[in-house]
Design a protein around this ligand. Structure first.
Ligand code: EPZ
Length: 431
């Protein structure tokens, strides 16, 4: 039975929530276990659908994944990954189509087994999201590619060789895929116009602990000197900066005061300065971030950019709080071509938003009003939760499987600090 999320708006938040491990760090770290046989303990993995799906993908490759420990507070897990039994090189369509990040096994499989057969990820709600830059980089490293029946088959007889790679666009998973392909290639690889996201640094530091030789992590040029072999390692996932940013915006919508335990403010500098411009009070200390809302927010303009710019993964969420800010806010999405699916749903809640090309012009209204809305993609669903927390009356959100891909126990975390939010079975329409 499909479930919906029900939110009674108008309740301010008070208390603290633990920020879980970052989804977009956990996925490439799990892929990196393909680079060396042995046992890995990956700590602080978030309890998310995408992590479960990625574990299933590793199991289809013959790897065993066991849960060593569960953190009661938020369901995060320490996973033990044993890759001694890696036996397949194929990532099947049925898994890849549910999670594009499956493409992250491509680089490590070619590096480890000299071949891979990975289903091409389809498009997705936010854009075409091709992987041409991943494939071009692998070809430069000597892989022979063959696109057949919706799969990419990659072969590297005699192994990959180092190459000079320059990305047209700083692709996050493209940088991760090719960094993993390069760590045991013959010679040096240079990735220019590399992405600089903290999740890439988390992966790169793990690879270095496994014996890789990488310089320039977090900059736009990464140098990788191929080594003969790597060894397994234990590794801890960094806190999720997008989850933390989402909760900061939940306070901005609902009001009150929230402490985000284990949130790492150094990964959110652009977001924190933008939110301070709206009038949100944000204090930082070594154990997390304290956020208080004092009065109606000021409208601000936002333009999404690659890290360290304002993250595209928080664009829908800040739009939800600009919907009731004082004044006009121009929100420009420069990363994905179709990441405004949440606009129509926010307008059902009474928001006054006009799309002009790659920008949404948001004219702040006094308040939103609850209504039935539909989640269209992961971050759009978070934006609807935020809007509903501050709206007058009840909102119901359907298709919430999108939300479960990237937010662990969101209704438990929000209810524990005063929100009125719960799941219930979707009643059939024609009753
Ligand atoms: C990663 O996706 C994240 N996912 C996304 O988070 C995030 O929105 C995105 O980076 C941008 O920050 C993971 O890390 C698992 P890109 P990715 O390659 O790597 C174009 C979420 O909500 N491009 O950096 O797929 C692409 O179309 C998700 O957690 C090419 O043209 O994004 C896009 O316009 C959503 N060719 C731009 O580059 C390529 O070969 C940036 O995409 C690759 C990318």
């Amino acid at each position: 039975m499909e479930q919906i999320l029900v939110i009674e708006g108008g309740y301010s938040l008070k208390g603290s929530v633990r920020i879980s491990g970052a989804k977009n760090a956990a996925l490439p770290v799990l892929a990196a276990t393909l680079l060396s046989p042995g046992k890995y303990l990956i700590k602080n993995c978030p309890e998310l659908l995408d992590v479960k799906t990625f574990s299933k993908l590793l199991e289809t490759l013959g790897i065993t994944v066991t849960i060593e420990k569960v953190y009661d507070e938020d369901g995060s897990m320490d996973l033990c990954i044993d890759t001694d039994s890696l036996s397949s090189f194929e990532a099947p369509y049925e898994l890849v189509r549910t999670m594009r990040a499956s493409v992250l096994v491509l680089g490590p499989l070619v590096a480890s087994l000299g071949k891979a057969r990975v289903s091409l990820p389809g498009g997705c709600a936010i854009g075409a999201r091709p992987i041409d830059l991943h494939l071009k980089g692998l070809e430069l490293m000597g892989a022979k590619l063959n696109l057949k029946e919706g799969y990419v088959e990659a072969k590297a007889k005699g192994g990959l060789k180092g190459a000079e790679i320059a990305f047209d666009i700083p692709t996050v998973t493209g940088t991760e895929n090719l960094m993993m392909a390069a760590v045991t290639a013959k010679g040096e690889t240079v990735i220019r116009n590399a992405a600089r996201e903290p999740e890439i640094v988390c992966l790169g530091e793990m690879l270095c602990k496994m014996g890789a030789k990488i310089k320039g992590l977090g900059t736009d040029t990464i140098y990788i000197k191929g080594v003969k072999k790597l060894k397994p390692t234990d590794w801890e996932i960094i806190p999720d900066r997008i989850e933390a940013g989402t909760y900061l915006m939940a306070v901005a919508a609902a009001g009150g005061e929230l402490f985000l335990k284990e949130a790492d403010a150094s990964l959110l500098e652009t977001v924190i300065s933008k939110l301070r411009e709206t009038g949100l009070k944000i204090e930082l200390d070594h154990s997390g971030i304290l956020c208080k809302k004092k009065g109606r927010l000021n409208a601000v303009d936002v333009k999404t950019l690659p890290y360290p710019g304002f993250p595209t993964d928080l664009q829908a969420q800040i739009m939800a709080i600009m919907a009731t800010a004082k004044g006009l806010s121009v929100i420009t999405e420069t990363i994905f071509e179709n990441r405004f699916q949440h606009v129509a749903e926010l307008k059902r809640l009474g928001a006054d938003i006009k799309i002009e090309g790659r920008s949404a012009i948001v004219n702040g209204v006094r308040h939103l009003t609850g209504a039935p809305v539909m989640a269209t993609d992961l971050r759009a669903s978070a934006s609807l939760v935020i809007a509903a927390l501050g709206a007058k009356g009840k909102t119901t959100i359907s298709q919430i499987y999108h939300l479960d891909r990237g937010y662990s126990r969101i209704e438990q975390k929000l209810s524990s600090v005063g929100a009125k939010i719960w799941r219930e079975d979707k009643k059939s329409e024609n009753k």
